[in-house]
Design a binder for this molecule. Structure first.
Ligand code: NAI
Length: 478
């Protein structure tokens, strides 16, 4: 009989990390995967996109080479076919690494898993005609692209004229005219790549800003930078119809049409909860996602939902953290994931990285919040390495508790330095302690130190005013 402690459905960042951690803790695991090991992130998401965007960044540096004092002779162009080949190589290498990591920790079952009704208090999953039994069940099936109800879109998807991010990472040819619906993370990252690859890119966004979940000024700096590269962005625009070779939309009450060779739909993702027997359990839903509590438990005892499928945060690193937490919740003390210190990154050039509250959100939450904004021009390395000098770093802090609660950066290295800000936020480190840390010079990260020094001064001044107001019996700050 095929029996294990945990049955895990889905091998993306949530599923494979859960398998690894459970295996390390001495638990037996069956890990089911119907497609490729590593899930969307490794095969059709994070890693392929980053490979493509790296080529985009390199060709843009070549195009600007004279400004860096380098003469390049001849015609420079991005070879999309070779970029895709390299992307496949990168993915293969990562998949092999993952297979090796899991070798002694879990039994991988390559096949479509289907949940059957419980038998004798055990969970039952069927795959490739065999039954597997487990004490616990982890659902880590991820998410799927949303296809909104726009006239002609369903037919356009069937014909391959409209595509999702998955197909956009596999296109054999660079479309002459690429129309992207949605100026979210996927829309803008792929706009950046295809524009560098030679497409005429048009992005249509229904809201009046790009990256609506991000800090407004930071998102707007990125928008201007993408527009400078020739990407046309229509905000506050409603797509009304996908035609044979064009997209129709309304902007400022005016009907407009834009020519398209491909249409990329990037308007968000929904939980992948259909077609694998979820109805055989008693699982409560939250829209298209599986409802979980703060310990990742679903409404059915013994079933956990981790990663995109629970809709808490559609980010691979959040999924990994949830996987660790869920396994710990089986074996040790309860482990909660702190959602306010999960950073997010948009890997465009310039990159945008953010974590925690924006000033607006913090004030809405009744926090005694203030913000310090510094230009990345404070960093010698940033100035030395960049032509476009628009980068900024905004840090939101809690004046009462003397700690950082949010950070929003646009500019080079932001994707790497955001981790240190996430740590300070998570650990609620006192700004006076951060001030004592020595940052390497010259680095872009030094800006964090400069910003925190300013914050420490402002807090000290504020505390002095409060103290003197208390001793004078008046509460006014000058
Ligand atoms: P998203 O939620 O980031 O953006 C969707 C955008 O489409 C929004 O700006 C929304 O206002 C717009 N929109 C919605 N309906 C529309 C319509 N009918 N017409 C025009 N615009 C419309 O979703 P996206 O970009 O599809 O990404 C999905 C998820 O994947 C996100 O939650 C994201 O965090 C995650 N992801 C993360 C990445 C990263 O960390 N670098 C990379 C790619 C995806």
């Amino acid at each position: 009989m095929n029996k294990a402690d945990i049955l895990i459905i889905g091998s993306g960042p949530a599923g494979h990390i859960a398998a690894e951690v459970a295996g390390d803790s001495g638990l037996s695991v069956y890990l089911f995967e119907k497609d490729k090991l590593g899930g969307v992130c490794l095969n059709y998401g994070c890693i392929p996109t980053k490979t493509l965007l790296n080529s985009a960044k390199i060709i843009r540096q070549f195009q600007d080479s004279d400004k860096y004092g380098i003469d390049v002779e001849g015609y420079i162009q991005l070879n999309h076919e070779e970029v895709i080949k390299r992307k496949d190589k990168v993915v293969r290498r990562m998949t092999l690494g993952l297979e090796a990591t899991l070798r002694d920790k879990a039994t991988i079952i390559k096949g479509e898993a289907k949940i059957l009704p419980k038998e004798d208090e055990e969970f039952v999953v069927e795959a490739n005609g065999e039954k597997y039994y487990g004490k616990y069940l982890f659902i880590a099936t991820g998410s799927d692209s949303i296809i909104p109800p726009i006239e002609g879109l369903k037919e356009a998807v069937e014909k391959g004229f409209a595509i999702t991010s998955k197909e956009a990472l596999e296109l054999e040819e660079v479309p002459e005219n690429l129309v992207i619906v949605g100026a979210g993370v996927i829309g803008l990252e792929l706009a950046d790549y295809y524009s560098a690859a030679g497409s005429k890119v048009t992005v249509i966004e229904k809201l009046d800003k790009v990256l609506p979940s991000l800090e407004e000024e930071v998102a707007s700096i990125l928008r201007k930078s993408l527009e400078k590269k020739g990407i046309k962005i229509h905000l506050a625009s409603t797509v009304t119809k996908i035609g044979e070779k064009e997209v129709h939309f309304i902007k400022r009450e005016e009907d407009r049409t834009v020519e398209a060779d491909k249409v990329l739909v990037a308007v968000g993702r929904k939980g992948a909860t259909k077609g694998f027997g979820l109805e055989n359990l008693s699982i409560e839903m939250n829209g298209s996602f599986i409802k979980t509590d703060e310990y990742l438990r679903t409404s059915e005892n013994g079933v956990f939902a981790i990663g995109d499928v629970n809709g808490k945060s559609l980010l691979a690193h959040a999924a990994q953290r949830q996987a660790i937490s869920a396994v710990k919740n089986l074996t040790e003390d309860a482990d909660k994931v702190s959602s306010n210190s999960v950073p997010s990154v948009v890997y465009t050039t310039p990159a945008v990285a953010s974590v925690g509250y924006t000033l607006e959100q913090a004030l809405e939450a009744d926090i005694d919040a203030k913000e310090v904004k510094l230009s990345l021009l404070y960093s010698g390395r940033y100035v030395a390495e960049n032509i476009e000098l628009t980068g900024i770093c905004k840090i939101v802090y809690d004046r009462t508790n003397r700690c950082l609660i949010g950070a929003h950066i646009v500019g080079s290295y932001s994707s790497e330095i955001i981790a240190i800000l996430a740590s300070f936020i998570d650990l609620k480190t006192d700004v006076k302690d951060i001030e004592k840390i020595v940052f390497p010079h010259p680095t872009v990260g030094e800006v964090i130190h400069d910003a925190v020094a300013t914050i420490a001064q402002k807090i000290a001044k504020h505390e002095k005013i409060l103290a003197s107001a208390t001793s004078n019996g008046d509460g006014q700050e000058s």
